[in-house]
Ligand binder design. Structure first.
Ligand SMILES: C[S@@+](CC[C@H](N)C(=O)[O-])C[C@H]1O[C@@H](n2cnc3c(N)ncnc32)[C@H](O)[C@@H]1O
Length: 281
């Protein structure tokens, strides 16, 4: 198994989802997460031995956020479909298995974008499990820092119809201009009624990031961070023609029965494309 660089982060997220599956009060049930981890067990064992006590403590903290974010985005996507979207794009899908585990309405066409090595690995594991998607699923290997929009349209995305975009766990790995380029492309493919969701940079995400930076064992993770649009994200999206709404991670955790004073619950943004706003930046 050859997964390198930033794509290795997807295995860590799968591990966290596999842990959630063991809980009687699980907020979602990912039947494939453990298979993704097993397929990469040497890499995981090596990472665990390097991360040490402090790294594991931060990993547990990050895990609480990933659980809330998975549940929040599950609900976001189903609600966007209930509002009329029949196209879903998982931007940097990683080892996301929503195509297989969510109860999609009829007619949903879902696209998964990520780097080639990661998607090769994912498809191998899913094929071995004979996993069957619950919607029409298309996998597209792209580098999201490059010009990918045309390839998505060639693969079947219809820019004249509303799309639900999910950008989960990605923007921090892109530089400002790369993130702005990605979001500009998304905007150009988004008909009125399209929706978008991603993490928001706030005090909780800063506190989590500080804890990661304080653990020298996690220097490899920190080296991957490029900051995305930082705290400018919401304003940038508004200028680009999205109606943006913020969601407080701590409040969501309480709603989901996971209130935890020790956790750093990162917030989220959802946005709707109304088609009337002019881009001003
Ligand atoms: C932390 S993982 C999140 C994956 C998934 N969204 C989730 O939450 O499970 C980050 C993902 O971003 C992908 N990624 C990072 N940079 C990328 C790029 N330039 N083009 C495509 N995918 C990229 C990685 O391969 C990896 O799968």
């Amino acid at each position: 198994m050859e997964i390198s660089g930033v794509s290795r982060t997807a295995i860590g997220v799968a591990w966290l989802r596999a842990q959630e599956r063991l809980r009687p009060d699980k907020l979602f049930d990912d039947p494939y997460a453990a298979d993704f981890v097993m397929g990469a067990r040497e890499m995981m064992a090596e990472a665990a031995s390097r991360s040490g006590e402090r790294g594991r403590a931060v990993g547990a903290l990050f895990g609480k956020h990933v659980v809330i974010r998975t549940k929040f985005y599950d609900d976001y996507l189903l609600s966007a479909c209930a509002a009329g979207c029949r196209q879903v794009v998982l931007v940097a899908a990683g080892l996301d298995t929503r195509a297989f585990r969510l109860d999609w309405p009829a007619g949903v066409r879902l696209f998964e974008l990520d780097l080639p090595d990661l998607l090769d690995y994912k498809e191998r594991i899913l094929d071995a499990r004979e996993a069957a998607p619950r919607c029409e699923r298309t996998v597209l290997a792209v580098d999201l820092r490059e010009d990918w929009a045309g390839r998505l349209v060639e693969a079947g995305l219809r820019p004249t119809e509303p799309t639900a975009w999910l950008i989960e766990g990605l923007l921090v790995y892109l530089g400002y201009e790369e993130a702005a380029g990605l979001l500009t492309a998304i905007g150009s493919l988004s008909a009125p009624g399209s929706q978008l969701s991603c993490e928001d940079r706030n005090s909780a995400s800063e506190s989590l990031a500080t804890r990661v930076r304080e653990a020298p064992e996690l220097a490899e993770v920190v080296a991957l961070w490029k900051g995305g649009l930082g705290t400018d994200l919401g304003d940038w999206l508004t200028r680009d023609g999205w109606q943006v709404r913020g969601h407080n991670g701590t409040a969501l955790a309480g709603t989901y029965g996971r209130a935890d004073a020790e956790a750093a619950y990162v917030g989220f943004l959802t946005a709707v494309r109304d088609g009337s706003a002019e881009r001003t930046s």
